[in-house]
Ligand binder design. Structure first.
Ligand code: PCA
Length: 251
């Protein structure tokens, strides 16, 4: 049920200070599908080295209210134990999306039956008494990502709702985690003066929805939009590269 991949072979850091990592997550297939384009993309890009020295490290999340966020936090912690976590891009499948959907906002509510049969109905993700804010914005450079994906000849748009199912859930829960827990969690694992002083900003993070693969559209009525594996992969690689460049700052 979900898994965190081991560091890739041929680690480019051997004998050097570790380069930062971008955590890239996908979800297991769900809802009767045998594939999830988000998982396939995360698997395909695991171990890629991006231009400013960022290493892509992937994890696959279960489509369960109990397991998804735990697996995500475990993956982020596993990375942070050995190298700086430079950015986090979470991927999910969005039935009906005709293009790469760059999610702008995560909301504090959960709905729907997960892969284990457990159901949420308008349930706050972070409930009172502590409470969480109604929403979090993505901290990825969405406008630049959209422009770069379009410049590569692929359609992308900024979406104002990631829904209220598992994708919105991990998006919201992780942004809340970064806002409330991460600096201390990071400092505990990897003491650094900046972290201890609480000056280290959380890594940029956000969610990207991808369309069905063409074979998932076969046999459905009406026929939903889809995008090829290689096009999705190229678009997400572009999103990763832009995020790494902006996270690295000016040379
Ligand atoms: N898409 C679902 C959850 C898992 C996935 O890939 C969603 O959009 O919430």
């Amino acid at each position: 049920m979900g898994h965190v991949m081991s560091p890739s072979a041929g680690d480019p850091d051997w004998g050097r200070a570790p380069s930062p990592a971008v955590l890239l997550t996908g979800f297991e297939p769900f809802g009767g599908e045998t594939a999830n384009p988000a998982a396939e993309t995360a698997n395909a890009l695991h171990g890629r080295l991006l231009h400013p020295g960022f290493l892509v490290q992937s994890a696959i999340l279960p489509v369960t209210w109990d397991g998804a966020f735990k697996t995500l936090v475990r993956a982020a912690g596993a990375i942070a134990a050995s190298r700086p976590l430079g950015a986090v891009i979470m991927l999910g499948q969005a039935a009906g999306y005709p293009a790469i959907g760059l999610e702008r906002v995560a909301v504090n509510t959960a709905n729907g039956k997960d892969s284990s049969g457990s159901e949420r109905e308008n349930t706050p993700i972070v409930a009172l008494p502590d409470g969480g804010p109604p929403a979090y914005f993505s901290t990825l450079p969405l406008d630049i990502i959209q422009r770069k994906i379009e410049a590569a000849g692929l359609p992308a748009f900024i979406s104002d709702s990631a829904g209220t199912y598992l994708c919105n859930y991990v998006f919201y829960a992780f942004m809340h985690y970064l806002a409330t827990v991460w600096p201390e969690a990071g400092a505990a694992r990897r003491p650094s003066p900046a972290l201890v002083a609480g000056k280290q900003p959380p890594p940029p993070a956000g969610f990207v929805h991808v369309p069905y693969l063409p074979e998932q559209a076969v046999g459905k009525k009406p026929i939903p939009p889809s995008m090829s594996r290689s096009d999705i992969e190229r678009a997400i690689l572009t999103a990763l590269a832009v995020t790494a460049e902006t996270a690295a700052g000016p040379p």
